[in-house]
Design a binder for this molecule. Structure first.
Ligand code: PRX
Length: 658
């Protein structure tokens, strides 16, 4: 490191606050600080600003309907179609030849779809879905990796009013079956395989395994041929080739169906405290308005931009900020199929330079990996097209924030650290890049119109410097409407903790801990339920536990998250073998296999530790916090309240050895 660089590092190291660059502010979509008051004073009508970003077939009568809270409804009486808003209207406005999706495969092949071409593709696939018998309100499952056919299928579903349920391609066969069963989904679109680190991965075999466990008839399965000759596969009787079907419908014209604002646009399953994943329901009007509005105000997206979110569409970030938000605004959205280090660790920067990317949105775990690899990789490329950077998915440590600011943004791009969730549909707590001072490590204030407060266990607001829990005290258009077929769980999961049913005051509880500072900035501390965040992916420890206890030879298991310098958190399994079993390598391997089978490689345990006992309180509850501290290598607090304090040293010793 040169002296200049060392001085720069030292300066950044000591800097706790950063102002947005003047050059950014001058051109920002939102730069008037008055927006906070304006939204507060006009709430809920302020949300018309979001709705105005869309084209409505029928204007709405009421912005917010709260008669049946917390089953809030937004823009009631309004009708619209999401695919029309993401495609047709841009074509009608003269943007037919603007790139909508720029896709790059892992091996380097590229495909660009202009808005005109994307519309044609979507119509052809919408016609195909209709031919297969898909009707309005049928749930279509999309089990696909990052290939253009995924957003095409999503928009085709939206066009005919069939909600989609996208299952992340990295999830296991079991996970697919669970989600199809829960949603009573009779249609599946999948693909033969995809590339990962240069290898052709078989995907259809996993899809077929999952289908074997679906508890109802699946009428049709459409299979995209991604790999061509790289993977031989045959199709079962109810399976058909995507290209053949679409070719037969080439040039088809499919009118976008007018959907009620409150009609379901999609389901997205996510992990919660208890075993089964939750089917989060998002609707057409509120969700689309909210993702378009936050793409405009937070990501500062303009139609002329090339925007890249490096998430996977199989998670909410990809739904909201690769597909719906950016396309609703008519911008060019980049999609990359593969891993960031294939064939080299400079892959992402090569894509940024090649496409002159203006806005880049990624996860802290990726930034920590880039840091570890070193700044020589981005330095080889011209990244000066970048105007704004974003992060999402987990807390970002100030060091990673500053590395991103300096080495990717060249100290010229604001960074938005956006806190939100699958359930919130879009961003909730973040700075507005054209207005607010940035404080590395702190997400920022709640967005205009969002009344997020940090409270103590009783629900009372806490003072600056204290830690408590995030709550949202008023509804917002992008919020989930319920959990699919489970209104009761919707209430108990999100509203029971802090609401007062008698006075009809409803408070949303996202189950995150947080700290507040004197400027009202919120620093997110992480989940306070049994959910862990591995590389920005949300995993339920109970789901992992139930996979492990299903293994023959395992009597009891506890799963916790331990600190990890790149992944944020990693999965640690502590298990008691049954009497006749040793906690040997073989049992360890079977436990790992069970987790891979039940969830997928993202949940792969960092370590499986067998122990004759788990640390328990006198009342018999497993002391998870202690297990977390052991996994994280933290100093252990007082263990005297345990029924079996001796076990702690045994376990800590084993973790140290592994
Ligand atoms: O704990 C918070 C964390 O991710 C959780 C939501 O996960 P998921 O529904 O999978 O959505 C991820 C993408 C929106 C939250 O409860 N989280 C998300 N963003 C941040 C974050 N934690 C800290 N800072 C963030 N910016």
């Amino acid at each position: 490191m040169s002296q200049d660089e060392a001085n720069l590092e030292a300066r950044l190291e000591g800097q706790a606050a950063f102002e947005p660059p003047e050059s950014f502010v001058e051109q920002a979509n939102v730069s008037d600080p008055g927006i906070y008051d304006e939204f507060e004073e006009n709430w809920p009508d302020c949300w018309e600003r979001a709705a105005d970003l869309l084209s409505w077939d029928e204007p709405y009568d009421t912005v917010l309907e709260d008669d049946d809270a917390p089953f809030y409804e937004w823009f009631t009486g309004g009708e619209l179609n999401a695919s029309y808003n993401c495609l047709d209207r841009h074509v009608e406005d003269g943007a037919k030849n603007r790139a909508a999706i720029k896709w790059e495969g892992e091996l380097g092949e590229t495909r660009t779809y202009t808005y005109g071409e994307l519309l044609n593709e979507v119509e052809a696939f919408a016609a195909t879905l209709r031919d297969l018998g898909v009707e309005e309100d049928d749930v279509v499952t999309l089990y696909m990796p990052m290939i253009p056919e995924l957003p095409i299928a999503m928009l085709a579903c939206a066009r005919i009013g069939a909600p989609h349920s996208v299952v992340f391609a990295g999830f296991s066969a079991d996970a697919l079956a669970t989600r199809m069963n829960s949603a009573d989904s009779e249609y599946l679109v999948t693909c033969d395989g995809y590339y990962r680190r240069g290898d052709a991965l078989d995907h259809i075999e996993k899809a077929n395994e999952g289908l074997a466990d679906v508890d109802h008839d699946v009428s049709d399965v459409v299979v995209v041929d991604r790999l061509g000759d790289a993977l031989e596969h045959s199709l079962a009787d109810n399976q058909c080739d995507y290209d053949e079907l679409v070719e037969a419908n080439a040039g088809a014209s499919v009118e976008p169906v007018s959907r009620d604002a409150e009609d379901m646009l999609f389901l997205m399953y996510t992990s919660g405290t208890t075993g089964k994943p939750k089917g989060v329901k998002h609707t057409t009007g509120g969700y689309l308005a909210y993702t378009a509005w936050t793409s405009h105000s937070v990501l500062d997206i303009e139609p002329e931009d090339t925007y890249w979110c490096s998430a996977d569409i199989g998670w909410i970030t990809g739904h909201s900020y690769i597909v719906y938000g950016p396309l609703a605004l008519g911008t060019t959205t980049v999609m990359y199929e593969g891993t960031p280090d294939y064939p080299e660790k400079d892959r992402l920067w090569e894509i940024v330079e090649k496409n002159s990317v203006d806005i880049f949105y990624t996860a802290p775990t990726a930034i920590r990996a880039f840091m570890k690899w070193g700044s020589q990789y981005p330095e080889e490329y011209d990244l000066s097209s970048l105007r704004l950077l974003g992060t999402v998915g987990e807390p970002i440590n100030p060091r990673a924030w500053k590395w991103y600011y300096k080495h990717i943004g060249d100290e010229a791009c604001p960074i938005v650290d956006t806190w939100w969730q699958t359930e919130t549909g879009g961003m909730m707590i973040t700075t507005l890049p054209g207005i607010n001072t940035m404080k590395p490590g702190s997400a920022g204030p709640p967005l205009p119109g969002i009344d997020a407060q940090v409270v103590d266990a009783n629900g009372d607001e806490i003072g600056a410097g204290e830690a408590g829990y995030v709550t949202v005290q008023n509804p917002w258009p992008g919020m989930l409407r319920t959990l699919y077929n489970n209104d009761e769980r919707f209430i108990s999961e999100y509203w029971a903790e802090y609401s007062d049913e008698e006075t009809d005051e409803w408070v949303y509880f996202p189950e995150d801990g947080a700290k507040l500072d004197e400027d009202g900035y919120i620093t997110i501390l992480g989940r306070v339920d049994d959910v862990i965040n591995v590389s920005g992916h949300r995993l339920g420890t109970m789901e992992i536990e139930s996979a492990v206890v299903g293994v023959e030879g395992v009597a009891e298991a506890a799963v916790v998250g331990g600190d990890h310098d790149v992944k944020g958190e990693a999965v640690y399994v502590y298990a008691i073998p049954e009497d006749d079993y040793d906690g040997d390598d073989e049992l360890q391997e079977r436990a790992v296999e069970a987790v891979l089978d039940s969830i997928g490689p993202i949940a792969k345990p960092e370590d499986v530790i067998f122990t004759p006992e788990l640390p328990k309180t006198r009342s018999g509850k497993i002391m998870r916090r202690l297990l977390e501290d052991i996994a994280s290598g933290n100093e252990l607090g007082n263990t005297s309240t345990l029924r079996n304090p001796d076990v702690v040293d045994d376990i800590a010793e084993q973790v140290g050895e592994n």
